[in-house]
Design a protein around this ligand. Structure first.
Ligand SMILES: CC/C=C\C/C=C\C/C=C\C/C=C\C/C=C\C/C=C/C(=O)SCCNC(=O)CCNC(=O)[C@H](O)C(C)(C)COP(=O)(O)OP(=O)(O)OC[C@H]1O[C@@H](n2cnc3c(N)ncnc32)[C@H](O)[C@@H]1OP(=O)(O)O
Ligand SMILES: Cc1cc2nc3c(=O)[nH]c(=O)nc-3n(C[C@H](O)[C@H](O)[C@H](O)COP(=O)(O)OP(=O)(O)OC[C@H]3O[C@@H](n4cnc5c(N)ncnc54)[C@H](O)[C@@H]3O)c2cc1C
Length: 651
């Protein structure tokens, strides 16, 4: 029944102002208007169609992505879209592509690490897409261990050039998105050697391909690294391999303004303005071949990763909310068992077991949204401090971005898979949208810092803080709570002693610290004024679910450390069940508040009108396998079997 809203009765049950919640979710009235307009623009344009993606071969998929990227760019130019609108358009086009890395890493790296002259030269080209960039850090042999990178950049004072070279097989660049087939330029990271001395890893702008015919420049061996997990949309991304054979680049292509901090201003209407505004020179190679290093922390060389990690945290809530929207709508449509006197069966969303798996994920989507907002603020704050030569909060900012990137991406990847299971058998169909969402999302647990490696960084920061608790240096900001934890105050541990041996436990402590951050930022959000009938109440319920679910899941830890009694644990569980009942009538409206179009969701199970079965049935007939009634291969392989002619058949 086309045009009928099968979820209307669910929407009528809701107890809060959905439109007001949409604004809370978007971040501001302005952000909502932009997001709403651009998502509808993309959804209504057949040029951005994506429902046929899963049937394409890799080559077709890749070419289709190139077409879409070019079409998106044309749309951006023709409609004179602002930077903010253009970013939203790329988001809603929802196709992993070289453009993600060009806009998300290449440009921010030049903005942050490039000198004024480098920015003036390269940024206009990159903004107009007259050059396309990638971010080439990882190598075949080393990803996590950045200091272990083997590519060399040796300064030649005779010619005022660097010689970029891959001395070993393992030094081949491996993984960078966009590198394989598209990028014309790279920010390549290499071990700097000046006057025979190694000076650590630095970034260099290197042209890879001719701007005339796209052929690799002399000394470059470059290609794609092959098919990736899931056979789905991420294969539209040309993750690449690159080997340098004594490639020469001018000295002025070393990124010498090493404070990679891009100023991120958020005025009250939360309109995002990205401006490069920090000028701290960490290191420099002069034409005489002198390496000059200033006394600012060398960690500033990792600033690009800090920036991208906070964008990944913001993105986690988008991916998780998308999966939760699909699973919630489908759970309200799907009925199994429980028919009374020939009446309808029970909606699976009414089963307590379904609620106890689904609603904590709904709460997590909101929780990650708000902690992502806060992390943007933290990043803006550390940026301003660095401007004033105040490096004191850099370790905290690193711990927060690394830890929250790890926590939110792990929970989101697991959550998407749980949503697939919550949809039963139909969740396994590509037309549910969930297999592809999982395949595209799950590498977020690895890229931009493998999640366990990042948690070890948080653990190291926590141990350092604990070791200083008795000193005059009082912990502030996100670690201020430590002074209130008595047994921590009595600890006298060093960072190194026993760290490796206890690292598995320390990683758990790091997760707990990050969870505390998520919960406390949700609570802080609720302390703000939140307009709209019933909106704040709904968020309070979700916040309590998030916190109590964690307490329930980790009650063993809470009980064994004496933080709670068995009675508390039982009370928490009772309260959770009651909170699930409070969410139930509002569940559909709470996912409607994400304001996702059917195009963006890309899921028959999650479609707005809940008209699932006719759509599933119709989609099945569109599968290429159904183009003929008798399949190709019948005469060759099936008939001989059936006719017992298999021994004589030519296979
Ligand atoms: C389809 C896409 C969908 C969604 C994406 C959404 C949004 C993203 C937007 C745009 C991105 C576009 C596309 C994304 C898709 C893929 C792109 C992927 C790109 C990449 O993966 S690029 C490669 C990333 N690589 C890494 O992250 C490597 C991880 N390793 C490290 O960071 C370091 O090597 C490590 C582990 C920190 C170790 O450093 P080191 O060797 O120096 O050792 P130490 O432990 O001794 O540390 C020394 C000291 O420095 C401090 N520190 C470390 N890092 C930082 C930092 N970043 N900032 C500040 N300080 C740092 C550390 O704490 C130590 O301090 P201490 O001495 O203890 O005081
Ligand atoms: C889809 C995708 C896109 C990517 N895009 C890019 C890109 O555009 N540019 C780019 O430069 N790179 C890119 N990468 C590479 C990515 O950044 C690295 O894969 C990532 O940093 C992890 O490094 P690794 O592969 O060396 O993992 P490894 O470090 O080898 O991890 C393997 C295992 O070892 C463990 N481990 C490693 N070190 C430690 C330790 N010290 N203590 C305890 N355990 C440890 C890890 O926890 C993990 O379980 C991409 C990767 C993927 C999957």
């Amino acid at each position: 029944m086309e045009g009928v809203d099968h979820l209307a009765h669910e929407r009528n049950k809701s107890e809060f102002d959905v439109d007001a919640m949409k604004i809370v979710w978007a971040g501001s009235p302005h952000a909502f208007v932009v997001s709403d307009r651009i998502s509808k623009l993309v959804a209504s344009d057949p040029g951005f169609r994506k429902d046929n993606r899963s049937t394409l071969s890799r080559k077709e998929l890749f070419k289709n992505t190139l077409r879409k990227a070019a079409y998106a760019w044309k749309t951006i130019i023709d409609l004179h879209l602002s930077e903010e609108e253009a970013a939203k358009l790329r988001f809603y086009v929802d196709e992993p592509a070289f453009t993600d890395v060009h806009w998300g890493m290449f440009i921010p790296a030049i903005k942050g690490q490039g000198t004024e002259e480098q920015q003036q030269k390269w940024l206009p080209l990159a903004y107009k897409m007259q050059i396309i960039g990638c971010y080439a850090q990882t190598e075949l042999g080393h990803g996590s261990n950045v200091q272990g990178l083997e590519t060399t950049a040796t300064f030649d004072p005779q010619t005022d050039e660097f010689i970029i070279h891959s001395p070993t097989l393992t030094s081949s660049k491996w993984w960078p998105g966009g590198l394989g087939k598209v990028a014309t330029h790279a920010i390549a990271y290499a071990l700097l050697i000046v006057g025979g001395r190694e000076q650590g890893v630095h970034g260099f702008i290197v042209q890879l391909r001719s701007l005339e015919d796209h052929s690799p420049l002399p000394g470059m061996t470059v290609g794609d690294i092959g098919m990736k997990f899931g056979n789905g949309a991420y294969n539209a991304m040309d993750n690449g391999v690159l080997r340098f054979d004594h490639v020469r680049i001018p000295r002025n292509q070393m990124l010498m303004r090493c404070a990679q901090y891009t100023c991120l201003c958020m005025p009250s209407d939360a309109k995002l303005i990205l401006e490069p505004c920090i000028l701290i020179r960490v290191s420099q190679v002069t034409c005489e071949g002198k390496y000059k290093q200033s006394d600012v922390p060398r960690q500033l060389v990792y600033g690009a990763m800090l920036y991208v990690r906070q964008t990944i945290v913001a993105d986690a809530s988008c991916a998780l909310s998308r999966a939760v929207c699909i699973a919630t709508r489908y759970s309200a449509v799907r009925r199994q068992f429980g028919s009374q006197n020939g009446g309808p069966e029970t909606q699976v969303i009414d089963y307590k077991t379904q609620q106890s798996r689904l609603f904590p994920l709904l709460a997590s989507a909101y929780a990650f949204r708000f902690v992502g907002e806060w992390l943007k603020w933290l990043y803006a704050d550390v940026t301003q401090r660095l401007q004033a030569n105040d490096f004191s909060t850099l370790p905290e900012a690193h711990a927060c971005t690394a830890g929250l990137k790890s926590l939110t991406t792990t929970a989101t990847a697991d959550g998407i898979e749980e949503c697939r299971k919550l949809c039963g058998g139909h969740g396994y169909l590509c037309s549910s949208g969930l297999p592809e969402l999982f395949a595209v999302y799950v590498p977020a647990c690895t890229y931009e810092g493998e999640n366990t490696v990042l948690l070890l960084q948080v653990a190291r920061f926590l141990m350092k803080t604990v070791s200083q608790l008795g000193s005059s240096k009082k912990p502030v900001g996100t670690i201020a709570y430590m002074t209130r934890v008595e047994h921590l105050m009595q600890c006298r541990c060093g960072v190194q002693r026993g760290f490796a041996e206890l690292s598995a436990d320390l990683v758990e402590a790091a997760v707990a610290h990050c969870q505390l951050l998520v919960v406390s930022k949700f609570i802080e959000k609720l302390q703000q004024e939140i307009p709209g009938k019933g909106v704040k109440q709904q968020l309070e319920v979700l916040c309590n679910i998030y916190a109590l679910f964690l307490l329930h899941k980790h009650q063993g830890d809470f009980l064994s450390t004496g933080c709670i009694t068995p009675k508390h644990a039982a009370l928490a569980n009772d309260e959770l069940r009651s909170l699930y009942s409070q969410v139930r009538p509002n569940a559909i409206a709470l996912v409607d508040a994400f304001n996702y179009t059917d195009h963006y969701l890309g899921s028959i199970l999650g479609c707005y009108d809940g008209n699932v079965y006719p759509k599933l049935y119709e989609a099945a007939w569109k599968d290429p396998l159904n183009e003929s009634v008798v399949p190709d291969g019948y005469h060759q392989y099936i008939r001989p079997l059936l006719k017992q002619e298999i021994r004589t058949a030519r296979l």
